[in-house]
Design a protein around this ligand. Structure first.
Ligand code: PEP
Ligand code: MG
Length: 589
C-alpha cells in the first residue's frame, strides 16, 4: 500500500484484481449487508404506541422502496422480472400477519423489530413444513420482505445503492446483487472476496461497471463518504486520491475514449487475421436488455445466452410462454447468426430457490447445470419446448451446460426428442434441424471429447469452469486466485485435444469462457484454430482489433511451442510477447 497526502487525508492505494475495466471516481458507500436476527426486547407498556407508529412508518418506507425497485427492473430487464415486487408489496398489506404483530406488541410490550420478525418467521416455518414446492419457494420472498422492514426499523438503508452516484465497497457481491445494481448510481464496486471469473465479475463486465476484487478488509478500513477512485484496468482502489492522481487518471480516461472511438469505427469489419483466417466473434449475454449493445458492437450473434439469470431474483419459475417470448425476442434481435441458448445452469454460485434447504458441502461439484435439469424434468421440458418454439422465429441453437459424460447428453437429447414430438403433435412450428451443442467445461468431458462429439453438432468450451475443475481451484476464491491459470499446460493440452477431436468428428468448436475475451490470450485462441469466440460485448471490439493485427501462422507456431513448455508462467510470457509485438497499443494503460 502506498501513501501520499490526498484531498481528504492520506492517499491510500490498494492493489487487488481488476475484473471489469473502466475508471470510476466518487464517494464510497459501504454495504455490509450482514443481517442480524432481532431478538425480543421488552419495553414498558406506555411505549407500545410509539412502536406501532415506528412499524407503520417502516412498512410505508418499505412499500415505497419496493415500488421504486419494481419500476426500475420493469424498465431495465422486463415486466415479468418486475412482477415479483408486486408479490412482495402484497405481503406488506397482509392484514392477518399485521394484526398478529400488533396483538403481539400489546400482549407482550416489546420493540417492533422482534415482534414483526417473530411473526414473519413463524409464518415462514409453517410454509416450509407444508412441503408444497411452490409455497416453500415463496418463503424466500417473505424472508426478504421481513428483513427489509427490519432494516428500515433500524434505520439502515436496505439497498446497496443510495440515490447518489457512489463506489460500492462490500465483503462479497452475489450474482443476484449485481443483477439488481442500478447502473446510474453504482459507478463501480470493490469487494474483499471474488475473482476474475466469479459470476459477479462476469456480470460487471457485461453491464460495463468497473470492478476490483480481492481487497481484504476494505469494509473495516474505510467508511461511507470517503473519496475514492477505482481503476478496473489495473485493479486498484485509491482512497483519498491526490490532485495529481486524479489528473493522471483523467488523461487515461481521455486516451481510452480515443481508443474506443477508433474501435467503434471497426464495427463492420470482419474478425480476420492478417493472413486471412476468419473467426466468428459473438456475444455472451445474461439479459435480453443486452441485445441493443450486441447489435451496436457488431457481434455475429449470441454465442452464449446464460438463461439462468431469467430464473434468478424470482422464486416462481418462468412459464413456457414467458420463456418462449423472451427467447424469440433474443433470436429475432440476434439476426441471421442467431443465438446459442444455454439451458439452465443454476448451482455453484448461482443459487436458485430450488437450492433452498439443500446444504451442499461442495456446490460447484454438486447439483448444478444439466444435473439439475435431468433431475427436474418438468422444468427442463418447459425450457426445451420454449427454446424450440423460439426456433421458429430466428436461428436458435441449444447448448447443455456442465456435461460430464456421454449418458447425460444422450438423456438430454432423448428428452429434447420427446419435446419435439409433443410440439409436432400439437401442430407447433419449430426448427426440425435445430443444432445441439455441449459445453466442454468439465475435464472428463474434455478428455472424452472424441466420444461426446458423436452426440452433438458443436462444442463450446467453458474455460471458466474447465480451469477451476482441472486445476482444482475455486474460480471465486481469492485465496487461491494465483493458482487460477488459463495458461496452465494442462488447460492448453485439453483445449488442443478438444478442437482436434471436434475437427476429426467434423463438428466445430467455440470458446465462451472468459479466455475468449482476454486480449492477452488472443494469440493462443487464434493459434488453436477455434471457429468462434464468444465474449462480453465490451471485449468484442478489442478482440477484433487484436485478431486483425495477428498472423494466424505465427499464432499456430506459438501454440506448438507452448505445448512443449511445462510452466503456465512461461506460456503466458510467450503469449504476452506475441501480443505486445502486434498490438501493444491495446495492452498499455
Ligand atoms: C464457463 O464456465 O466458462 C462458462 C462460460 O460458463 P459460466 O461462466 O456461466 O459458468
Ligand atoms: Mg460454466
Amino acid at each position: 500500500m502506498v501513501q501520499h497526502s490526498g484531498i481528504g487525508g492520506e492517499e491510500m492505494i490498494l492493489v487487488g484484481i481488476g475484473v471489469s475495466p473502466g475508471i470510476a471516481h466518487g464517494p464510497i458507500h459501504l454495504s455490509l449487508d450482514v443481517f442480524e436476527r432481532p431478538e425480543v426486547e421488552e419495553i414498558p407498556a406506555d411505549e407500545v404506541e410509539s412502536e406501532v407508529i415506528r412499524l407503520k412508518s417502516a412498512l410505508e418506507t418499505t412499500r415505497r422502496q419496493l415500488e421504486t425497485m419494481r419500476d426500475r427492473i420493469a424498465q431495465e430487464i422486463g415486466g415479468t422480472d418486475a412482477d415479483i415486487f408486486d408479490a412482495h408489496l402484497l405481503m406488506l398489506e397482509d392484514r392477518s400477519v399485521l394484526d398478529k404483530v400488533f396483538k403481539q406488541l400489546n400482549t407482550r410490550p416489546q420493540r417492533a423489530e422482534g415482534a414483526f420478525y417473530g411473526v414473519m418467521s413463524k409464518y415462514v416455518e409453517t410454509l416450509k413444513r407444508i412441503g408444497d414446492e411452490y409455497l416453500r419457494e415463496r418463503t424466500v420472498d417473505i424472508e426478504d420482505v421481513a428483513r427489509r422492514v427490519v432494516r428500515n426499523l433500524r434505520g439502515i438503508d436496505p439497498e446497496h445503492s443510495p440515490a447518489q452516484p457512489h463506489i460500492l465497497l462490500s465483503p462479497e457481491i452475489t450474482p443476484s446483487d449485481t443483477a439488481m445494481m442500478d447502473r446510474k448510481t453504482v459507478l463501480g464496486f470493490a469487494t474483499e472476496g471474488g475473482s476474475h471469473t466469479s459470476h459477479s465479475a462476469i456480470m460487471a463486465r457485461s453491464m460495463g461497471i468497473p470492478a476490483v476484487v480481492g481487497l481484504p478488509d476494505i469494509t473495516t478500513r474505510f467508511h461511507t463518504g470517503q473519496d475514492a477512485l477505482l481503476d478496473g484496468y489495473g485493479g486498484l482502489l485509491i482512497v483519498n486520491p491526490t490532485e495529481e492522481t486524479l489528473s493522471i487518471y483523467s488523461a487515461t480516461k481521455r486516451r481510452k475514449a480515443a481508443l474506443a472511438s477508433h474501435l467503434r469505427s471497426m464495427v463492420k469489419l470482419p474478425a480476420e487475421t492478417l493472413d486471412g483466417m476468419r473467426i466468428v466473434l459473438s456475444a455472451n449475454i445474461e439479459f435480453e436488455s443486452e441485445m441493443a449493445a450486441v447489435g451496436e458492437w457488431g457481434a455475429e450473434g449470441v454465442g452464449l445466452y446464460r438463461t439462468e439469470f431469467f430464473f434468478l431474483n424470482r422464486t416462481a419459475l418462468p412459464t413456457e410462454d414467458e420463456q418462449a417470448e423472451n427467447y424469440a425476442r433474443v433470436a429475432a434481435a440476434a439476426g441471421p447468426d442467431g443465438v446459442i441458448i444455454r439451458t439452465l445452469d443454476i448451482g455453484g454460485d448461482k443459487l436458485h430457490a430450488l437450492h433452498d434447504g439443500l446444504a451442499e458441502a461442495n456446490p460447484f461439484l454438486g447439483w448444478r447445470g444439466i444435473r439439475v435439469s435431468l433431475s427436474r424434468r418438468k422444468i427442463f421440458k418447459t425450457q426445451l419446448r420454449a427454446i424450440l418454439r423460439a426456433s421458429a422465429v430466428g436461428k436458435v441453437r441449444i447448448m447443455f451446460p456442465m456435461v460430464s459424460c456421454r449418458e447425460e447428453l444422450q438423456d438430454a437429447r432423448e428428452i429434447l426428442a420427446g419435446c419435439k414430438d409433443d410440439l409436432r403433435a400439437a401442430g407447433v412450428v419449430f426448427d426440425e434441424n435445430i443444432e445441439v451443442g455441449a459445453m466442454i467445461e468439465v475435464p472428463s468431458a474434455a478428455i472424452t471429447a472424441d466420444t461426446l462429439a458423436q452426440e452433438v453438432d458443436f462444442f463450446s468450451i467453458g474455460t471458466n469452469d474447465l480451469i477451476q475443475y482441472t486445476i482444482a481451484v475455486d474460480r471465486g476464491n481469492e485465496l487461491v486466485a494465483s493458482l487460477y491459470q488459463p495458461c496452465h499446460p494442462a488447460i492448453l493440452r485439453l483445449l488442443k485435444h478438444v478442437t482436434d477431436s471436434a475437427r476429426n468428428a467434423g463438428i466445430w468448436t467455440g470458446v465462451c469462457g472468459e479466455m475468449a475475451g482476454d486480449i492477452m490470450l488472443t494469440p493462443l485462441m487464434v493459434g488453436l484454430g477455434f471457429t468462434e469466440l464468444s465474449m462480453a460485448v465490451s471485449q468484442l471490439p478489442l478482440v477484433k482489433y487484436a485478431i486483425r493485427k495477428l498472423p494466424a501462422g505465427h499464432c499456430a507456431d506459438l501454440v506448438a511451442e507452448s505445448l512443449k513448455l511445462g510452466d503456465a508462467s512461461k506460456i503466458y510470457v510467450r503469449c504476452r510477447e506475441v501480443a505486445m509485438q502486434y498490438y501493444s497499443e491495446l495492452l498499455v494503460h
